[in-house]
Design a protein around this ligand. Structure first.
Ligand code: AMP
Length: 363
């Protein structure tokens, strides 16, 4: 196969992935099926992705010499983890096609930057204020009203670094509980449901979107995804239009998960963006014509995007910590598809795998 204008990386090429977790693992598995090799770059030995990849570089994300050596042996660079230092992203982009552009990572690796961007392009979000230091907190809480949520600006991952402020909450310890860093204070959204939309966009601007799904969290970590979401067609149309608008505005090349709240009035507010495969898209492996991981590979390598059509409805349940011990019972279920990430040590809160249960497609 041949490349077109240097935009496409044909099967046989090597995809460099920063990050070695389960998202990298499932990307490498999808890439291998299309004839690509994956080279993982991450700081950990024995990363889940390394088990299934052609090569791994074990080095820190800010080790520019190691990044340069990595760039020299891959055809395209992508990320399964967005908290890569901006300087590393810029260097990589200078050496090799890097998708999505590191500018997109920079936007989404800090909650304030992300919310400011969304507001500037008229995407609805919960009311929020920047809180730069502890002394500014009481006034900000007064301005937004309780309940509200104080979140660390820099750590936008799985609910870490956030504290809910209720009417009776003593503000004294809240700043330290959150992490004592630059923060964003958000109004608490009394949502009806949490949903997400996963959209892929190619370098030519073509876009494909999966049906909106519903997400249920436990201890701030995704527990269950229900596909499709139990929402009205009007809400689905709003959510899809928002995802399309964001993907276009940030000139995405790759995959973007848009996490949203559906309010009791049917309004849709964006909570968070993730410019990579997302846990709420794992169900697509077993229930759609093209999985999110294959779609990601297609977008990053400049191939035509695949059909995101689903052939089944699905409920995806994360296997967190000891949940994974149920693997034998899950294997015995006729409609269950088990995915284990090869992590040897079970720890509370650790994502060890997931199970997708399929059902006949609804309308
Ligand atoms: P985040 O780390 O921002 O994705 O938040 C993790 C989870 O906390 C979300 O999926 C929600 O369940 C909850 N949450 C975050 N922000 C808010 C908010 N402003 N109002 C209500 N719940 C929230």
């Amino acid at each position: 196969m041949t490349a077109d204008n240097g935009q496409s990386i044909a099967p046989g090429g090597t995809i460099g992935i920063l990050g070695g977790g389960q998202l990298g693992r499932m990307t490498a598995m999808a890439a291998a099926r299309l004839g690509y090799r994956c080279h993982i770059y991450c700081p950990d030995e024995d990363a889940p992705a390394s088990d299934v990849a052609a090569a791994t570089t074990v080095a820190a994300y800010d080790d520019l010499a190691a990044l340069q050596a990595f760039a020299q042996v891959v055809d395209v660079v992508t990320f399964e983890f967005e908290n890569v230092p901006a300087a590393a992203g810029e260097k990589l982009a200078a050496w090799r096609p890097t998708r999505p552009d590191p500018r997109v990572l920079h936007l989404t690796q800090q909650r304030l930057r992300e919310k400011n961007l969304l507001s500037s392009i008229n995407v609805p979000v919960a009311r929020y204020l920047e809180v730069a230091h502890k002394e500014a907190l009481p006034q900000a809480v007064q301005a937004l009203g309780r309940p509200c949520v104080l979140k660390s600006a820099s750590f936008g991952y799985d609910g870490k670094g956030q504290v809910r402020i209720d009417p009776e909450t003593d503000l004294g310890p809240v700043w330290q509980q959150m992490g004592g860093d630059l923060a964003i204070l958000e109004s608490f959204v009394d949502f009806q449901r949490e949903i997400s939309v996963l959209i892929a966009r190619g370098h030519d601007g073509a876009m494909e979107m999966y049906v909106a799904v519903e997400n249920q969290h436990r201890n701030h970590v995704l527990d269950t995804t229900i596909a499709p979401a139990r929402i009205t067609p009007e809400v689905a149309v709003k959510a899809e239009a928002i995802a399309r608008h964001i993907a276009q505005e940030i000139k995405l090349v790759g995959l973007l998960a848009v996490e949203m709240f559906v309010t009791r009035d049917g309004d849709v507010l964006v909570n968070e963006l993730a410019p990579r495969p997302h846990n709420s898209g794992h169900w697509t492996i077993d229930a759609c014509n093209t999985s999110q991981f294959e779609q990601f590979v297609r977008a990053v390598c400049g191939l035509p995007l695949g059909s995101p059509e689903r052939h089944s409805d699905a409920v995806m349940k994360n296997l967190i910590g000891d949940d994974v011990r149920d693997w034998r019972a899950i294997l015995a279920e006729p409609n269950a598809k088990l995915h284990l990430y090869g992590k040897t040590e079970i720890r509370p809160g650790r994502k060890m795998g997931h199970v997708t249960r399929l059902a006949t497609k609804s309308s």
